[in-house]
Design a protein around this ligand. Structure first.
Ligand SMILES: [Ca+2]
Ligand SMILES: [Ca+2]
Ligand SMILES: [Ca+2]
Ligand SMILES: [Ca+2]
Length: 343
């Protein structure tokens, strides 16, 4: 301890050059309109997102967009999940239809999708429905390792479908162990899942119609430990799948809506995305890898980590949020000190 404090007091210590955190930025390697009546899986030039709210035989989140990144090209896979420290995740998707649906950049309660005759119904207080980002869960024979944009919609029964809870890959929330809850039927199941992020833009006024080529930005809420765990798990696997989805009804329903008046996003198959790659769904991740007290990510736990942590802690910098609960407080200091002392 004395040695550490002596070293802390030394001026002029220069941190060594590091390649961390790792910055990963890439368009989706796969993008898929996940819909039971889609017969050219993976090849569509855009992906609509809409709901079939409370319609028997269909999921509430009937039409979803699923996107994939092979992250192991840049971020080493195969490490322990505890060795991935997710610092920032941003997803962008660009709108492929013009002025037919209204922008809502904030959550709507599930009860606002109930029939107006339902005793628990509450009105939607802001026009439009949010576009939401979720993780992806699997059923039947599918898994994060095997599923891709060209996979079957369902390998389960009934065959042929469609049916509720029939799709092999679906928008989901997770617990810390990675157990998925399918949120595709959140209205009929009266769930209130929190999305990882909601798509936002400062180019459109809330409630206004969204122009063609508007980019929605999804800043992932990493204060939720289950979300951090989802990304850590995905990076360890080497593949990341995400679901972009909206409950904007395709037709009728308590939220209004009619044919085609729902968000639609470009896929990489649209020729426009060849000349303008920015139209593709894209991902930015900032992640540090390594054992926890190696906060500067140079693969060694030493005095430099202590200095970095100590400096950030003193400044209240989020870098010192060692236990990842989005607060910098004494618990971070105690946790760090315990782990650091074990090396
Ligand atoms: Ca595709
Ligand atoms: Ca709304
Ligand atoms: Ca270090
Ligand atoms: Ca903390």
């Amino acid at each position: 301890m004395r040695a550490i404090l002596t070293l802390v007091a030394l001026a002029g210590l220069v941190p060594r050059a590091i390649a961390q955190p790792i910055q990963y930025a890439a368009p989706a390697s796969g993008d898929r309109w996940m819909y039971p009546f889609n017969f050219s899986s993976g090849f569509e030039i855009s992906a609509p997102t809409f709901g079939a709210i409370l319609e028997p035989g269909f999921d509430d989140r009937d039409s979803q967009m699923l996107v994939t990144w092979e992250t192991n090209a840049v971020i080493p896979s195969g490490l322990e999940e505890t060795e991935y420290h997710i610092q920032r995740v941003t997803v962008r998707a660009t709108v492929a239809n013009n002025l037919v649906w209204r922008y809502d950049g904030t959550p709507d309660p599930t009860a606002s999708y109930y029939p107006t005759t339902d005793p628990d119904y509450i009105a939607d207080t802001d026009a439009g429905r949010p576009v939401e980002l979720f993780g992806v869960g699997y059923r039947n024979s599918a898994s994060a390792l095997t599923w891709n944009e060209f996979s079957s919609f369902s390998t389960g029964s009934p065959d042929p479908g469609p049916a509720e809870k029939w799709r092999d890959a679906f928008a989901a929330t997770f617990d810390l162990s990675g157990n998925a809850t399918d949120v595709s039927n959140q209205v009929r199941e009266r769930l209130n899942p929190a999305a990882m992020a909601i798509g936002t833009t400062d180019q459109v006024m809330p409630g206004s119609l969204v122009p063609l080529d508007t980019t929605l930005t999804f800043e992932v809420d990493l204060c939720d430990p289950t979300t951090r765990a989802y990304f850590a798990r995905s990076l360890s696997t080497g593949r990341l799948h995400l679901a972009i989805t909206s409950l904007e009804p395709a037709a009728g329903g308590p939220g209004g809506g009619s044919g085609g008046l729902y968000p639609r996003f470009y896929t990489k198959e649209d020729p426009k995305t060849s000349t303008n790659p920015l139209l593709r769904v894209s991902l930015d991740i900032e992640v540090r890898i390594g054992v926890r007290p190696d906060v500067n990510g140079d693969t060694i736990v030493d005095i430099l980590d202590f200095l970095d942590f100590f400096g950030a802690f003193g400044a209240g910098d989020p870098f010192a949020d060692y236990n990842s609960d989005c607060e910098v407080d004494i618990l971070d200091f105690l946790d760090f000190f315990e782990d650091f002392g074990a090396y």
